[in-house]
Write a protein that binds this ligand. Structure first.
Ligand SMILES: [Zn+2]
Ligand SMILES: [Zn+2]
Length: 230
């Protein structure tokens, strides 16, 4: 019998953990409070024909998934820009659509974002397809519903799962417009989805690390960048 087992365990590690938590708590609270203190306005814009119920669902689901207070407004639908369809790929060019539509919106970038929603399959030239695309500099993003549907893969319709996927992709692309990069945490909404399994695995909100980063970006005023992200 190992008599050392009968002795009380050293409590040093517990103390160390407690002190560590005390140290990071103010950083977390500060970031979270700053993020919550900014009122975002998010404009949802259907591109071409999109089921109104999907936009309504997004409007009610988005605010609780975001780490800041946000008002979501459904705007009148926009027409699909001419020339966006690629006959050879049988898909729509996401860069072209986002670029054209972004020219038509005027956003106050400190607190406004536009999220376009399209029910067509979209691509960017170097990839087979994208679920969405964001332009951080312009504060705009687009998500495609086409590949979020089970039917696209010959599977049975699942409306609840589809709506969950739409919310995740919307939060992900909005995250890019706020300057967030992809997150290595496969459960975080900012994780890069290569396929639907990735999307289904992740949650519909930001992990703790991303919430802190987002809070710092708000406090530092560094919301603008230069790249478009998928
Ligand atoms: Zn994350
Ligand atoms: Zn992304």
């Amino acid at each position: 019998m190992d008599i050392f087992r009968l002795r009380p365990k050293p409590r040093r590690n517990l103390w160390r953990m407690f002190l560590w938590c005390l140290c990071i708590l103010p950083i977390f609270l500060q970031g979270y409070a700053l993020a919550r203190s900014v009122d975002e306005r998010i404009y949802l814009v259907a591109v071409g024909n999109v089921d109104k119920a999907i936009l309504k669902n997004l409007k009610s689901a988005l605010p609780s998934r975001l780490p800041m207070t946000a008002k979501v407004v459904i705007e009148p639908a926009a027409a699909l820009p001419a020339g966006a369809y690629s006959p050879s790929r049988k898909q729509y060019n996401a860069y072209l659509i986002l670029d054209e539509l972004s020219k038509e919106v005027r956003l106050f970038l400190d607190m406004e974002r536009a999220l376009f929603v399209i029910d067509e399959d979209i691509f960017v030239p170097d990839l087979n397809f994208v679920f969405g695309l964001a332009d951080q500099k312009k504060g705009t993003a687009i998500i495609s519903l086409a590949r979020l549907k089970n039917e696209f893969y010959g599977m049975k319709t699942n409306s609840a799962l589809f709506n969950d996927r739409v919310v995740k992709e919307a939060v992900h692309e909005l995250g890019h417009t706020w300057g967030m990069d992809h997150c290595p945490n496969s459960r975080c909404v900012m994780y890069f989805s290569n396929n639907l399994q990735d999307t289904d695995r992740k949650r519909d909100n930001f992990c703790l690390d991303c919430r802190i980063k987002l809070g710092k970006r708000y406090s530092g005023g560094g919301l603008l960048g230069e790249k478009a992200r998928k």
